[in-house]
Design a protein around this ligand. Structure first.
Ligand SMILES: Nc1ncnc2c1ncn2[C@@H]1O[C@H](COP(=O)(O)OP(=O)(O)OP(=O)(O)O)[C@@H](O)[C@H]1O
Ligand SMILES: [Mg+2]
Length: 391
């Protein structure tokens, strides 16, 4: 079986070396890269192991070794059968013992030499591999990122959470668009608490406390977001978000995030890094597609891979006028197929005006509702599950 690697390192050159060293090994490839070795690394690893159950992991300990070793330990606890290779500039007894205690099977000294890497890969190939992950017990994280203003990121996030809750999934919707608080607006909720309260209470966070701080939507999902007053600067940091995300994926079944548009924000970036899927929401306007292209470029530079990013065209019109791009033109421009087109419908705006998700009123939303549920099926893999059951 060809080698598949997951590579965790804040050092772009290290990740590049690994990629280049694999070129001469038949079929071998890096299937995912993590530009940070943090306490939430295990979330992304588990998510990727679902797609690549035979993958092995290389962890660069050279940056903040203490933190990296802790991250490593969490990964090994979460995926005890995963083959892990640690790497550092020195291979003294202490470092190697700490890595072995952290669950590593092998060690690579940096700078990585071609021959030593090759030998490590041979040892990996010789080790009988047990699929590292069964079905992950962690929640999936679905993040909606708008490629341009008003593309519909909030609408899709809110309704996505709505459908999952209707399907009896324990779902949490997190609004990270600090400029708007639109998820509360679109669901008609009046939040009493916000992410600052989450940050303040993290040390004693549990589901009862969280559910007391969040809004419970009538459809069944929980919602937490920024404060209502946009001038209010909240103390909610990126490490706080990571800790909160770890809590959510361990205690709930699905997490839906409205990431807004600003990927330069470190909380948004952390959210993207914790995501099982990133839905880049765009429209058929040429300017919007151009923006989507810039977003894809930026995400790639940040270490995301194309299969994590899913293009969703919202307000989709099949019989496009010449001022709108077709799905084929979008595919060609973005160099990847459109994951889904959600039709344009007055029901979307009517729902926003009513302050309820359109999926709450199936009859009124008609075609939009049907298309949207099919999108959720595809995004969650529900369709394949049904097909597999009936096969
Ligand atoms: N499929 C659709 N058909 C028609 N109108 C839609 C559709 N989806 C969303 N809209 C409308 O477009 C507007 C913008 O939607 P939304 O607020 O969800 O976008 P956004 O990407 O979150 O915007 P922002 O950049 O302000 O965060 C809303 O009035 C919404 O009702
Ligand atoms: Mg929005």
């Amino acid at each position: 079986m060809p080698i598949s690697l997951l590579v965790a390192s804040p050092d772009e050159r290290f990740r590049e070396t690994i990629r280049e060293s694999l070129v001469n090994i038949d079929g071998a490839k890096v299937v995912s890269e993590y530009p940070e070795v943090s306490s939430s690394l295990y979330i992304r690893v588990l998510q990727d192991l679902e797609r690549h159950p035979d993958a092995a992991l290389i962890v660069d300990l050279a940056g903040e070794t203490e933190a990296a070793l802790k991250a490593l330990e969490k990964v090994s606890q979460a995926a005890p059968d995963l083959y892990v290779i640690a790497s550092n500039y020195h291979a003294d007894g202490e470092t190697v013992i700490a890595s072995v205690r952290g669950g590593c099977r092998d060690f690579l000294v940096q700078p990585v030499k071609r021959l030593e890497f090759r030998e490590a890969m041979t040892r990996l190939e010789r080790t009988p591999r047990r699929a590292a992950a069964g079905v992950s017990r962690l929640a999936r994280v679905y993040t909606f990122l708008g490629a341009n203003g008003g593309a519909g990121a909030t609408t899709l996030a809110v309704n996505f959470a709505g459908v999952l809750a209707q399907r009896k999934k324990q779902t949490v919707l997190v609004d990270l668009d600090f400029t708007a608080n639109d998820c509360a607006m679109q669901t008609g909720g009046t939040p009493q608490h916000n992410l600052q309260d989450i940050g303040d209470n993290l040390p004693r966070m549990d589901p009862a406390l969280f559910e007391g701080l969040a809004i419970r939507d009538p459809l069944g999902f929980f919602l937490i977001g920024p404060p209502e007053e946009i001038e209010h600067r909240v103390h909610f940091t990126e490490p706080m978000f990571r800790e909160f995300a770890s809590f959510l994926v361990e205690k709930y079944e699905a997490v839906v995030i409205d990431a807004g548009r600003w990927i330069g924000d470190e909380i948004v970036l952390a959210a993207l890094q914790s995501s099982s899927a990133i839905f880049l929401v765009t429209t058929q306007q040429f300017a919007a597609i151009r923006n989507a292209q810039r977003y894809i470029g930026a995400l790639m530079r940040l270490g995301f891979t194309q299969d994590q990013i899913k293009i969703v065209v919202n307000g989709y019109q099949k019989k496009a006028s010449t001022s709108l791009a077709t799905l084929e033109q979008i595919r060609q421009t973005l160099n990847q197929p459109v994951f889904y087109g959600i039709p344009a419908s007055p029901a979307a705006l009517a729902a926003v005006n009513r302050g309820r998700p359109f999926v709450a009123d199936r009859a009124a939303a008609g075609d939009l509702d049907r298309a949207f549920r099919a999108f959720v099926d595809k995004a969650t893999g529900a369709k394949q599950a049904v097909a597999a059951k009936s096969a």
